[in-house]
Design a binder for this molecule. Sequence first.
Ligand code: NAD
Length: 331
Amino acid sequence: MNPISPYWKDRKVVVTGAAGLVGSHLCDLLVEGGADVLAVDDLSKGVFERLAHLEGRLRFARADLCVPGAAEQLFQGQQVILHLASRAYGIAYSVGHHEEMLRFNVDLNRKVLAACAAARVERVLAVSSSCVYPDDAPCPTPELPVNTGEPEKANRGYGQAKRELEIEATRLARDTGIGVAIVRPCNAYSGRYKWEGEYSHVIPMLVKRVMEGEEPLVVWGTGRQRRNFLHAVDFSRCFLAVTEHHAKADPVNVGYEETVTMEELARAIGEAAGRKLTIRFDPSKPEGRLVKSADSTKLRRVTGGITPTIPLGEGIREMIEWYSRTFPAQA
Ligand SMILES: NC(=O)c1ccc[n+]([C@@H]2O[C@H](COP(=O)([O-])OP(=O)(O)OC[C@H]3O[C@@H](n4cnc5c(N)ncnc54)[C@H](O)[C@@H]3O)[C@@H](O)[C@H]2O)c1
């Protein structure tokens, strides 16, 4: 594992959503870097097993941050709050649950930010999303102002909640002088994925179908939609670097210009699994924006040139191992 900056050594850091996909990798990096970590999660979606190997090296609090007063109590005496907790699922769920995603996430984010102010912490990371960008944003997408057009249609509720998080986090910085970092990540994956059935994200979904020999393999949409994928370890490295170097209430993309189409992704998975695929595209299913990729100019500038450490090919092999661990009977 690449070491993180000495900035984090002995720093008192809270990670909200710590038992989540990205949060657990972030905790690994922080613990290795000598930070004093309080990991918080209500385990509504996260799983403690993702943190079990760190037992004794961090403190874990199972707490619902939507409960009034919970965040205030946990944040007392802490220096940095890395706020990752959120309700987020794949596109199949998001597309039919806009109101729920909006209301739940706005409430959660408000309580967390108010608690940051009350505890007078030094620094906060607000994790937004590339879903704040409108469907007609240019690609690769630069850091457009938060109120540009409407958030991505397929994730409208979730994207609007992330917009409001950015606006309130900016207000927090202005009113209190707390250093606020804001990141807008693209798509993460990792071998710590928890299967969510039909609501799962695209990489684990395709890996499972390929490994189970689906014939033909059905790919949602036209197969021509392009995405940038980043391993959750690389997400986490970017989150830490932006928090350290750019706590200026100024959003930074976490993602890069390179994209793969869903068809290329499916074929790469098939190749890594040693399976010959016949693919059928299903345009009746939602596919989101045709292209999503991030202009990484600002990310590279503010972090001194951070680049991914885990290429997609290596990540796909990790996901095939994930499948064998998660569904041992079928593997
Ligand atoms: N994974 C991606 O591709 C992606 C892309 C863009 C943005 N993001 C954002 O990055 C962050 C981390 O993403 P992730 O993939 O690890 O998400 P995740 O869903 O795996 O983790 C979120 C965690 O928050 C916890 N949580 C939810 N509500 C809570 C509450 N009320 N109190 C305490 N904990 C609560 C869940 O149990 C879960 O463990 C999220 O804010 C997400 O919106 C993720």
